[in-house]
Design a protein around this ligand. Structure first.
Ligand code: PLP
Length: 374
């Protein structure tokens, strides 16, 4: 007797931020055609040729830095970790608007620092909490604020006015502003304001950057720690030296990326915007569902008529299918630090093409009709 096959469904993954957009072939070619005799360590701050090219890239997005103000890192992740470790002592506090990118928790644990969340709300699209919320959260132990713009997981694009509010807070309380701009290119309306565009706060601002999403190059593991604060650069260099060097091959890829045509992002942005429009329209058309229109990145958070997003997402995978498919979503509970929040919310990453997104939304619509709180 043949063994009974477990029924397999196609799962439509909207749960993680792995872009499906092709990595530009020309930048992969640059790596393929490199001809080392020895694959050496690079300079601990990254190849000078790459840092010089990065200066050109940053100039194009209105950020004026020198090669000496850039330390190339192993992904944006290492830039964040370096920032936490260099700017804070064990027991210090960092304020982060929640919901936030869940890995900040891991970096905080590694650096021995405490995350103090201030809650943003789906009702106003996850706008920056009011200045009073920051004031209430600040203690003598507070050393920094993290702002992820455009935001993962909310997709919220912070306005110039909101960035100016943050400037006021960091100046008044002498804090660092850690700006995670992993999704800088992906905004669909209005303008993007970098923390590096703020005037007069050079010693406060730390940019945590990455090529992962910009060029669909997550596996390259290349990021950058950028600041004009010389003392901070010197201490981060010690961490950079202790881990020897960032990846050599992917620095070649990163360097080649800066020669992509200026209109490179137009197609990618248009594709993400199309997907965003579909997902937001489809979600809001479902009874009891609310999804604010995210201004950037490739994420949306939706409020669903459910009791517990963890249970619901598990049920989707284990017990539900429609047209031989199911949808994978991320429960929003994992992005909140305050216990109990996010139970009715899920994050959707629009990293599938329009047809697959429609199929995923068909699944979700049917699932919400069938799901009974248990
Ligand atoms: C907001 C944010 N910061 C940092 C990272 C990590 O980037 P990297 O792949 O460069 O380590 C991610 C990855 O998803 C992210 O979404």
């Amino acid at each position: 007797m043949p063994k009974r096959q477990k029924k397999r469904y196609q799962s439509l993954p909207l749960n993680i931020g792995q872009p499906d957009i092709e990595t530009p072939p020309s930048i992969l070619d640059a790596v393929k055609h490199s001809d080392f005799k020895v694959l050496e360590y690079s300079h601990s701050a990254g190849n000078e040729s790459y840092r010089k090219k990065l200066v050109e890239y940053y100039r194009k997005v209105g950020i004026d830095v020198t090669p000496e103000q850039i330390i190339v890192t192993t992904g944006g992740s290492e830039a964040i970790l370096f920032g936490f470790m260099a700017c804070m002592d064990a027991g210090d506090e960092v304020i982060i608007p929640e919901p936030f990118y869940a890995n900040y928790n891991g970096f905080a644990v590694e650096a021995g620092v405490i995350v103090k969340p201030i809650t943003s709300s789906i009702e106003n699209g996850f706008a920056l909490p009011p200045i009073s919320a920051f004031e209430e959260a600040i203690t003598p132990k507070t050393k920094a604020i993290v702002i992820c713009n455009p935001n993962n997981p909310t997709g919220y694009l912070y306005s110039k006015e909101e960035m100016e509010v943050l400037k006021q807070v960091i100046v008044k309380h002498n804090l660092y502003l850690f700006a995670d701009e992993a999704y800088r290119e992906f905004f669909y309306e209005g303008t993007f304001t970098s923390a590096m565009h703020l005037k007069g706060v050079d010693d406060h601002v730390v940019l945590m950057d990455t090529i992962s999403k910009r060029y669909s190059a997550c596996g390259g593991r290349i990021g950058a720690f950028v600041t004009k604060n010389t003392a901070l650069l010197n201490s981060v260099m010690k961490f950079a030296q202790a881990r020897l060097s960032p990846p050599s091959f992917a620095q070649i890829l990163g360097e080649a990326a800066i020669d992509l045509p200026d209109n490179y992002f137009d197609t990618t942005k248009a594709e993400y915007k199309l997907r965003r429009d579909i997902i937001v329209q489809r979600l809001n058309a479902m009874p009891g569902v609310f999804c604010p229109n995210p201004g950037g990145a490739f994420y949306a958070i939706a409020k669903l008529p459910i009791d517990d997003s963890d249970k619901f997402c598990q049920w989707l995978l284990e017990e539900f299918s429609y047209n031989n498919a199911t949808v994978m979503l991320a429960p929003a509970t994992g992005f909140y630090s305050t216990p109990g929040l996010g139970k009715q919310e899920v994050r959707l990453a629009y990293v599938l093409n329009a047809t697959a997104i429609h199929a995923a939304m068909d699944c979700l619509e049917k699932a919400l009709q069938q799901y009974h709180f248990k």
